[in-house]
Ligand binder design. Structure first.
Ligand SMILES: NCC(=O)N[C@@H](Cc1c[nH]cn1)C(=O)O
Ligand SMILES: [Zn+2]
Ligand SMILES: [Zn+2]
Length: 477
């Protein structure tokens, strides 16, 4: 029996143990955006390092420094670099993933505790981080552990880079990649990242593009303290009123960004690109059903995909400092911060985006004649990534997918952002493949996040099959 078949067999046998490992890591609430959870983020990084070291990997913990989170100075969680195998006759694959997760509170609407993995009868494994990105990060580890257990030689040398700040702008990571490009990462032949999703629920895909993200805080401050609206309403400039007005100017209800000049940098669509939207397994009916309500803006599937993949979008996320609890508090908040972000596409530049957004908001604020103070702060700006899917690294990914799922994968781009993808590509001068494990309805960042047992188990096979394919692929072609 071929090595990869033996590997698949053992994966099948160990399914329940793999689910238990996922349960163990979901229970570590490694929320990078919450200062109180920072020790848990660190604990999660240490868990990974310990498990890889127990397997025999050489690891290096890099502490990226400090972070100022709303005035609180925090240690950034460690970046765990690793090397598993160092055979000069084998190819070297670098894998990246993140062990931090988005915030999750039961009051957000979760059916069960987000940090307790629940195995549902329909095969869903529900828990924060199950699909984004703990399932895939475990996939690489379980793949290597299973090879060892089965006595199968790893087909490639594996290098890894796992960070704990991806959900909060990957602070500190770019500098580490630049610094380690000729050191720890030296000898890397190709990079593979498993941190995105299929286009639908049934057909796997390979991904060759990501949008960038430019995140802004729009702060309006007025009186020195919150005020009684009965006493002061109508007599002072209210920060919340100014803010709501400004936020309403950013994007229209059909998603068109109102910031002048923002579309000028967007690459026009070519005939060749237009063709890539043909024959993809993607349907509005399925999407509307996943969304629980049909709230789709566009009539055609290809337009939905274009607005997810290749046009910029602007989303308003929340307001810090505003009254939000239940009850009827009659307050005038003294200082509020609106949060919004733009997803950026070829050929938008984060600096130009920040310049246009800031100028526009300053102009709009000036029109209000308000005596409040307004400030636009760009909190992070990550760049988009676009790559040709013709590279042999993608051929290896496609062959592995066919071996595991029996179908040719779709080629997709992704609306989300993993800014370090471009940093790896530029600094290591190698091809990067995005090889997703989860499905479109996994609910990453949302309530009741899940990964299907099928995707988790077949995904562990997929990552292993990919490494075997890379070993047999001429990467220079
Ligand atoms: N799975 C990738 C992902 O979810 N990336 C985040 C990255 C991000 C940027 N700022 C905050 N988070 C995304 O939202 O796309
Ligand atoms: Zn992710
Ligand atoms: Zn995420």
């Amino acid at each position: 029996m071929a090595d990869v078949e033996k590997y698949f067999d053992l994966v099948n046998q160990d399914q329940q143990a793999f689910i238990e490992t996922l349960r163990e890591v979901v229970a570590i609430p490694s929320v990078s955006g919450d200062a109180a959870r920072r020790p848990d983020v660190v604990r999660m990084g240490e868990w990974l390092q310990a498990r890889w070291e127990a397997l025999g990997a050489t690891c290096k913990r890099v502490d990226p420094g400090k972070q100022n989170l709303h005035g609180e100075i925090l240690d950034l969680p460690p970046v765990i670099l690793g090397q598993y195998g160092n055979d000069p006759n084998k190819k070297t694959v670098l894998v990246y993933g993140h062990y931090d997760v988005q915030p999750a509170l039961i009051e957000d609407g979760w059916e069960t505790d987000p940090f307790v993995l629940v195995e549902k009868e329909d095969g869903r494994l529900v828990g924060r981080g199950s699909t984004d990105d703990k399932g895939p990060v475990l996939g690489w580890l379980l793949c290597a552990e299973t090879h060892k257990k089965a006595g199968i030689e790893m087909p490639v040398n594996l290098k890894f880079c796992f960070e704990g700040m991806e959900e909060s702008g990957s602070e500190g990571l770019d500098e580490i990649i630049v610094e380690e490009a000729d050191k720890w990462f030296k000898g890397t032949d190709v990079v593979c990242i498993s941190d995105n999703y299929w286009l639908g629920k049934n057909k796997p895909c390979l991904t060759h593009g990501l949008r960038g993200v430019s995140y802004f805080h729009l702060q309006v401050e007025g009186p020195g303290a919150d005020l009684h609206s009965g006493v002061f309403g109508g007599t002072v400039h209210e920060p919340m009123t100014d803010l709501v007005h400004l936020l309403s100017k950013l994007v229209d209800v059909n998603g068109k960004i109102q910031v002048p000049g923002i579309y000028d940098q967007v690459m026009p669509i070519t005939d060749e690109e237009e063709e890539t939207y043909n024959n993809l397994e993607f349907s509005h009916t399925a999407l509307a059903s996943d969304l629980k309500n049909d709230v789709l803006i566009h009539a055609e599937e290809r337009d939905t995909l274009k607005h997810r993949w290749r046009f910029p979008t602007l989303s308003i996320h929340g307001v810090e400092g505003a009254f939000y609890a239940s009850g009827d508090k009659t307050v005038i908040p003294a200082k509020v911060r609106g949060k919004f972000s733009l997803r950026t596409v070829p050929n938008m530049e984060p600096a130009k985006v920040a310049e246009l957004v800031t100028k526009y908001l300053n102009d709009e604020f000036a029109k209000l004649g308000s005596k409040n103070k307004m400030q636009v702060i760009e909190t992070h700006g990550g760049r988009w990534w676009y790559s040709s899917p013709k590279h042999p690294n993608f051929v290896a990914g496609a062959k592995a997918t066919e071996k595991v799922y029996g179908v040719k994968p779709d080629l997709t781009r992704e609306g989300g952002s993993i800014p370090v993808t471009l940093t790896f590509e530029e600094n290591l001068n190698v091809n990067v493949l995005l090889l997703p494990m989860g499905a479109s309805d996994d609910g990453a960042h949302s309530i009741n996040e899940k990964i299907d047992k099928r995707n988790y188990i077949e995904g562990i096979k997929l990552l292993g099959a990919y490494l075997h394919e890379v070993a047999n692929t001429d990467l220079s072609a």
